[in-house]
Design a protein around this ligand. Structure first.
Ligand code: SF4
Ligand code: SF4
Length: 246
């Protein structure tokens, strides 16, 4: 990702668009057949083209303000293996404790959120979940950065098109405003960012092979706990989330 790029961003977007059609997995192969690889590449190219975008290492406000990323079972599979095999046990314990503290009382609302999450581009309003902080945020850093969900990779670098609405920068308001102000200052007409829709739609399409379920990270974590509160040994692509309140 660090090699010089000699083609325009527009051509990169077109080429990656062609490659997207041939992707076979999300978060598994780390090559051109992996949707996340293509998202990361485009985010890198967008950062080169628009250096004013403020999404840099250390900025984690979106993980606090809107840190309940829609995460497919395909992505959870990779995160789960990371937790079981890569993350130190004391960090896993800390993440689980954070999840309990931040989100246990919100499970009924998180279950309401499920219907919305099953649609990759739903524009239904979110239920009034009080705390939106991601359980994986530790010391202002993402503790699962190498395996973070696709939506976390794309946020800040794409445009989003929802039915009946104008396209918008897929980022926090501050990032969108900063980017647009920079374009104005540099007298650049027209912002050219890749479209998020087709990437997230592809993630959801590939997730069908895993049972098609998507959920927030707190629910994935709660659904994989043992009775004594540890991360269980069995990964489940289609847990019974409703059982969490029965
Ligand atoms: S979207 Fe906003 S809060 Fe998130 S990393 Fe970018 S600038 Fe920071
Ligand atoms: S998974 Fe990581 S990047 Fe995504 S919201 Fe959580 S802390 Fe932020």
């Amino acid at each position: 990702m660090n090699s010089p790029i000699n083609i325009s961003l527009r051509d990169s977007i077109i080429q990656i668009g062609h490659l997207l059609a041939h992707t076979t997995n999300v978060a598994q192969t780390d090559d051109v057949f992996d949707v996340n690889y293509l998202i990361d590449f485009l985010a890198f190219r967008v950062g080169q083209e628009y250096p004013a975008i403020p999404c840099k290492a250390g900025c984690s406000q979106c993980c606090i303000d809107s840190g309940l990323p829609r995460t497919t079972a395909a992505e959870w599979a990779v995160i789960y293996v990371y937790l079981k095999t890569q993350m130190p046990a004391e960090v896993v314990a800390d993440v689980l404790a954070r999840n309990e503290r931040l989100h246990r009382s919100q499970i009924p609302l998180l279950l309401q959120e499920q219907e919305r999450i099953q649609e990759p581009l739903s524009k239904t309003p979110m239920p009034p979940i009080g705390c939106l902080e991601c359980p994986f945020l530790r010391d202002q850093m993402c503790s699962i950065y190498p395996v973070r969900p696709a939506i976390c990779r794309g946020f800040g670098n794409f445009t989003l098109r929802l039915p009946g609405r104008d396209p918008s920068v897929f980022a926090c308001q501050m990032a969108a405003d900063t980017l647009l102000e920079d374009l104005q200052a540099r007298q650049i007409a027209g912002l050219e960012l890749p479209a998020w829709n087709k990437f997230i739609e592809k993630v959801y399409a590939l997730n069908q092979a895993f049972g098609g379920v998507a959920a927030t990270l707190p629910l994935w974590l709660f659904s994989h706990l043992t009775p004594d509160g540890h991360l269980g040994d069995n990964w489940q692509p289609t847990p019974d989330f409703e059982a969490l309140i029965s």
